[in-house]
Design a protein around this ligand. Structure first.
Ligand SMILES: [Zn+2]
Length: 278
C-alpha cells in the first residue's frame, strides 16, 4: 500500500499546485498540470481511486499527515491501534473524524519548532503572526534560486522556527521543478508544504542585483519563502494574494529593495502589508 500512498501524496501536491496556479498564477499551465493529475489518478488502484474521488469532492486536501498521534488537518487524536496501523501502511487508514487518508513520514521531514505563544503574551497582528525581523535578509548573497532559498531556509533554522534547512531546500526545489513560483514583477514565492507541528512561517529575502529564477529566464529580486503546514494551504493562497496586492505597487517594491538593514526590511514589509494582512 506504501506505493499507493506515495502516489496519493504526489497527487495531493499536484492538485494544490494547480489550485495555487489557478488562484495566483496566469493559468497558462493548467492543461499541463491537469495532464499530470490525470496520469496519477489512472495509476491508483480502483478502490483507492474511488475513495480518493469521494474525498476530493468534499475538499482538495484528502491526505493528512499524522502528527504526534493526531490527524494534522482536523486535530483528532487517533486511537493507539490506528497510530500503529498508519505507521505500518498495510491498508489505507481514514481519520475517524474528517475521513481523510492518514500517512506517516519516517524520513527527516522539516518540522515547525517555533515557540508556542503563551497566553499572557499580547496577540501579534498582521504579518508578525507568521514572520519576524530575524527572517528578513535585505541583501541575499547568492545569485541562484537554490542559494536564495538556502539562505532563507537557514534563517528559519538558525532562528528556531523550522528544523532542517536542508530538507526545506530540497522540498522547495522539488516544488519549483513542477512549476516555477515566480509570479511576475520580479517576485517569487518558493515554498514547502507539509511542514507540520505549528504555524506557517514566512521569510523574505531581497537581492539587490536580481537573478534568473527559472528556465523561462524570469528575473527575480524579491523572494518570499514559506514553510506551510498542510492544513494552512488555503490560508497560504490568501497570503500570496495579499502579498501580490501589496507589492504590485512599484513604490512598495522599490522600498523593499532600498532597505539596508534587517530592521528596515521588516519595517517596510509590515508597513506595506498593514491593510492587506490583518
Ligand atoms: Zn482528521
Amino acid at each position: 500500500m506504501k506505493n499507493q500512498i506515495n502516489l496519493l501524496n504526489q497527487l495531493q501536491e499536484l492538485v494544490l499546485t494547480r489550485d495555487e496556479h489557478h488562484a495566483t498564477g496566469d493559468g497558462s499551465h493548467m492543461d499541463e498540470l491537469d495532464g499530470f493529475i490525470d496520469d496519477l489518478v489512472s495509476r491508483l488502484a480502483p478502490e483507492v481511486r474511488s475513495l480518493y474521488q469521494r474525498l476530493y469532492k468534499k475538499d482538495h486536501i484528502v491526505m493528512s499527515p499524522m502528527n504526534n498521534g493526531c490527524c494534522a488537518i482536523c486535530g483528532m487524536r487517533l486511537p493507539i491501534s490506528q497510530v500503529q496501523a498508519v505507521k505500518q501502511a498495510r491498508q489505507i487508514q481514514n481519520c475517524p473524524s474528517c475521513a481523510r487518508m492518514l500517512f506517516f513520514e519516517e524520513d527527516e521531514a522539516p518540522r515547525w519548532i517555533g515557540e508556542k505563544t503563551s497566553r499572557t503574551e499580547p496577540r501579534k497582528s498582521g504579518v508578525g503572526r507568521f514572520s519576524a525581523e530575524e527572517l528578513m535578509i535585505p541583501d541575499l548573497k547568492g545569485s541562484s534560486t537554490e542559494s536564495a532559498i538556502r539562505e532563507l531556509a537557514c534563517a528559519m533554522e538558525a532562528n528556531r522556527f523550522v528544523s532542517s534547512a536542508d530538507a526545506l531546500v530540497a522540498g522547495a526545489l522539488r516544488r519549483e521543478s513542477v512549476l516555477s513560483t515566480a509570479l511576475g514583477d520580479g517576485i517569487a514565492f518558493p515554498h514547502v508544504r507539509g511542514v507540520e507541528g505549528g504555524g506557517l512561517t514566512l521569510a523574505l529575502g531581497v537581492s539587490k542585483k536580481g537573478f534568473v529564477f527559472d528556465d523561462s529566464g524570469e528575473r527575480v529580486n524579491i523572494v518570499f519563502f514559506s514553510a506551510i503546514p498542510t492544513a494552512a494551504s488555503p490560508f497560504y493562497l490568501r497570503l500570496v494574494k495579499c502579498l501580490s496586492e501589496a507589492f504590485c505597487k512599484e513604490e512598495n517594491r522599490k522600498a523593499l529593495v532600498a532597505a539596508k538593514t534587517q530592521a528596515d526590511l521588516w519595517k517596510t514589509l509590515t508597513k506595506a502589508t498593514r491593510y492587506t494582512i490583518r
